[in-house]
Design a binder for this molecule. Structure first.
Ligand code: FAD
Length: 388
C-alpha cells in the first residue's frame, strides 16, 4: 500500500470524476482508473498484512469505497467486487478454517491468491445468471471433478469488469448433487469468453457483460478446498454479499448533492427556498445513510455475524439504495432541465443511483428481511423465496 487507503481514495476521486463522463457515454471500462487503483496498492486493501496487503477491516473498506464512488460510482462498484473476493478470503482465520474443516492445501492456495492481489491482480465476480439472478440455489452453471481438478460449464451475466479482470470468482452447482454450490477462482484466458451485452441505464462503465465458462481448473481453484461452501459463506459473511455496495451508493448520493450545489451556484439559483430545502433534505438523508453504513461496518469489524450486526448490514443496504435513488432524483429536480442534458454530471448520477436498489439484496428483499426479523421470524429462512 502506498499510503492510507482512505486518503489515497480521496486523492484519486477527482481523477476518476474527470473521466467518468466519457466512460459512461461510451460504456467503456475505466481502464485508467484501474491503473490508478493498482498503482496506489488498493487491490491489496483487504489482504492481511502478513500476505503483503493493507489488512483493512470492513469499516476502512466502506470509507474507501465511499470516497472512490464520489469520483466514479462505476469504478467503485467494480472495485467492490474485488474487495468482496479478497475480503471474504482474507477473513478466513485459522479458527474458522479449523471449524469448517478446510484442508491446508486450500489455505495455501488462498494465500497465493491474496499475495497476487497485493501485488496488483484483481478479481471479478461471476455469480449472477440470466433467469436465476444471484440466487445461488438456482444457478445453472455446473461443475464436475476431472483428473487433477474440476471442469466448469455455464453462462454468467452482469459480470462487472468482464474481459479486464485477472481472475473470476465463478459460482456453480455440482453435477452430481445440485444442492451443493461451490465457488472457484478461474484465471482469465482459455475457457472464458466475454459476450459484450452490457448497455444499461446506469453504471454503464462497469462493463458488466455476459461471461461464458467452459474451463478446467486445478484443485486449488476450489475456494476453501471443500465443496458446498458458497451458501455457508453467504450466511457467515452477509456484509460482503449484502452490504458492500452500500458505501458505493452513499458515495454516489453525496456526489449528486455536490453536483447540484455546483450547478445551482453557477446558475445563481441559491436564493430559491425550494431549491435550498431540497439540498438541505438531501444533505440530511445522505448523512443519515452514511452513518448507518459506517455503523454497520463498525459492527462487522467488532462482532461479525452477530444477529444485531446482520440487522445493521441489511438496514445499511436498504437505506443506501433508496437514499441514492431519491436524493439523485430530487437533486435533478432542484437543478432543472439543463441538468438533464447528456454529459451533465447529474444526468449520469441520476442513472447510476437508480441501480442501488436493484442490486441484491434488492431494497424490497432487504425490507422483507428486516420486516420478518422485526415480527419475530427467522429472516434468513422465513422469506417468501430462498434468500440465496
Ligand atoms: C451495476 C450492476 C453491476 C453488477 N455486477 C455484478 C457482478 O459483478 N457479478 C454478479 O454476479 N452480478 C452482478 N450484478 C447482478 C446483480 O448482482 C444481480 O444478480 C442481478 O441484479 C439480479 O438479477 P435479476 O435481474 O434476475 O433480478 P432479481 O434479483 O432476481 O430480482 C427480480 C425481482 O425479484 C425480487 N426478488 C429477488 N429475490 C427475492 C427473494 N429472495 N425474495 C423476494 N423477492 C425477491 C427482487 O426484489 C426484484 O423485484 C450487477 C448488477 C448491477 C445492476
Amino acid at each position: 500500500m502506498v499510503g492510507d487507503p482512505v486518503t489515497e481514495a480521496r486523492r484519486l476521486a477527482p481523477r476518476f470524476a474527470a473521466r467518468a463522463g466519457a466512460s459512461d457515454r461510451d460504456g467503456g471500462f475505466p481502464v485508467d482508473d484501474f491503473a490508478d487503483l493498482r498503482a496506489a496498492g488498493l487491490f491489496g486493501l483487504m489482504v492481511p498484512a502478513a500476505l503483503g496487503g493493507a489488512g483493512a477491516g470492513f469499516r476502512t473498506y466502506a470509507e474507501t469505497a465511499y470516497e472512490l464512488a464520489r469520483g466514479n460510482g462505476a469504478t467503485a462498484l467494480v472495485f467492490n467486487m474485488h474487495a468482496s473476493v479478497t475480503g471474504a478470503l482474507g477473513a478466513v482465520t485459522p479458527e474458522l478454517a479449523e471449524a469448517l474443516g478446510l484442508p491446508d492445501e486450500a489455505i495455501a492456495a488462498r494465500d497465493g491468491y491474496l499475495r497476487a492481489a497485493a501485488a496488483g491482480s484483481w478479481y471479478a465476480v461471476a455469480m449472477s445468471e440470466r433467469g436465476a439472478g444471484s440466487r445461488l440455489s438456482q444457478l445453472s452453471t455446473v461443475y464436475e471433478p476431472v483428473d487433477g481438478g474440476y471442469h466448469l460449464k455455464g453462462s454468467k451475466t452482469f459480470c462487472s469488469g468482464a474481459g479486464h479482470a485477472d481472475a473470476y470468482l465463478v459460482a456453480a452447482r455440482s453435477v452430481t448433487d445440485q444442492a451443493v454450490v461451490s465457488q472457484f477462482l478461474v484465471p482469465a484466458g482459455d475457457g472464458l469468453t466475454v459476450e459484450p451485452t452490457w448497455d444499461a441505464l446506469g453504471m454503464r462503465a462497469t462493463g458488466s457483460h455476459d461471461l461464458h465458462v467452459d474451463a478446467t481448473v486445478p484443485q486449488g481453484a476450489l475456494l476453501g478446498g471443500v465443496e458446498g461452501l458458497a451458501l455457508v459463506v453467504a450466511q457467515l459473511m452477509p456484509h460482503w454479499m449484502v452490504a458492500s455496495y452500500a458505501a458505493v451508493y452513499v458515495g454516489v448520493a453525496q456526489s449528486a448533492v455536490d453536483a447540484a450545489v455546483a450547478h445551482v451556484r453557477e446558475r445563481r439559483l441559491t436564493g430559491l427556498p425550494a431549491v435550498r430545502a431540497r439540498i438541505g433534505r438531501a444533505d440530511a438523508a445522505v448523512a443519515a445513510a452514511r452513518l448507518a453504513v459506517f455503523e454497520a461496518a463498525r459492527r462487522v469489524d467488532e462482532a461479525p455475524g452477530d444477529p444485531e450486526t446482520n440487522q445493521w448490514v441489511w438496514r445499511a443496504k436498504l437505506l443506501a439504495g433508496t437514499t441514492a435513488a431519491e436524493v439523485a432524483a430530487s437533486m435533478l429536480e432542484a437543478a432543472g432541465t439543463s441538468a438533464m442534458r447528456r454529459g451533465h454530471p447529474l444526468e449520469r448520477l441520476y442513472r447510476d443511483a437508480r441501480a442501488g436498489s436493484l442490486q441484491p439484496a434488492t431494497s424490497d428483499v432487504c425490507a422483507d428481511w428486516l420486516g420478518v426479523e422485526a415480527l419475530g421470524g427467522d429472516p434468513d429462512s422465513d422469506g417468501s423465496a430462498p434468500r440465496w
